[in-house]
Design a protein around this ligand. Structure first.
Ligand code: AMP
Length: 216
């Protein structure tokens, strides 16, 4: 298994990029740590009950909790695939946990891609973000509108704003990203694994193709 980590602030497009790559190629598997957690919260699993309060406040959930959920997900995947990790790792401790889990396994971390987007654009993207609560499809009211306003193209469910996408929590999540996740840029750069992609000011498909080129 090849592993690609997508790094970047909330709203940088990690989920959109990974979703498009995996839709276009069945050997790509996309896992979003945020989606795993939201499903766990929705189904009120023990992991979800533990994560709920942290997520509502825009804080990171405990490292061991999310690392365990990712490990449980990875064992369900076929060996011959490329796993696109979206949202994990998000702290140095998580990165070290991942390194330990990969040592001696058949999985190899091949690329870490930083999707670079300035703060004002991130804030604007998050303000316009809509998600389908049933199938998880993501939209933006301006840049990725659904065909019928307010309804999911895939399953017709009414789109919603994520609970943690309110302006107050967003500002805090950006601070958390800078304090806890940005150190990963230097961590992976020092190992020669990091590529930066400018992930704004170009059509989404161009950014997806740039990403595909980098990781193939
Ligand atoms: P996201 O969908 O990636 O924006 O994540 C939404 C929320 O889930 C975050 O604000 C955190 O509360 C939690 N979360 C997602 N991934 C992680 C992670 N790797 N470590 C800790 N918390 C996470």
């Amino acid at each position: 298994m090849k592993i690609v980590i997508l790094l970047g602030a909330p709203g940088c497009g990690k989920g959109t990029m990974a979703g498009r790559l995996s839709a276009s190629n069945p050997t790509f598997h996309h896992v979003s740590s945020g989606d795993l957690l939201r499903t766990a919260v929705k189904t009120q699993s023990p992991h979800g009950l533990e994560a709920d309060g942290f997520m509502k406040r825009g804080e990171l959930v405990p490292d061991s909790l999310i690392a365990q959920m990712i490990a449980e997900y990875m064992v369900t995947l076929p060996n011959e695939c490329t796993l696109l990790l979206d949202g994990f790792p998000r702290t140095l401790i998580q990165a070290e946990m991942l390194d330990k889990a990969l040592a001696g396994s058949r999985a190899t971390l091949t690329h870490v891609v930083l999707l670079d987007v300035p703060d004002p654009i991130l804030i604007d993207r998050i303000a316009g973000r809509r998600v389908c609560p049933a199938c998880g499809a993501g939209y933006h009211v301006v840049s990725i509108p659904s065909k019928v306003a307010g309804l999911c193209d895939v399953c017709g469910t009414t789109l919603v704003v994520r609970k943690d996408d309110n302006p107050k929590t967003v500002q805090y999540r950006l601070e958390v990203y800078k304090a806890q996740t940005m150190p990963l840029v230097a961590y992976y750069d020092a190992r020669g694994l990091l590529t930066r992609i400018t992930a704004y000011d170009f059509p989404i498909n161009d950014i997806v193709e740039k990403l595909r080129h980098v990781i193939s």
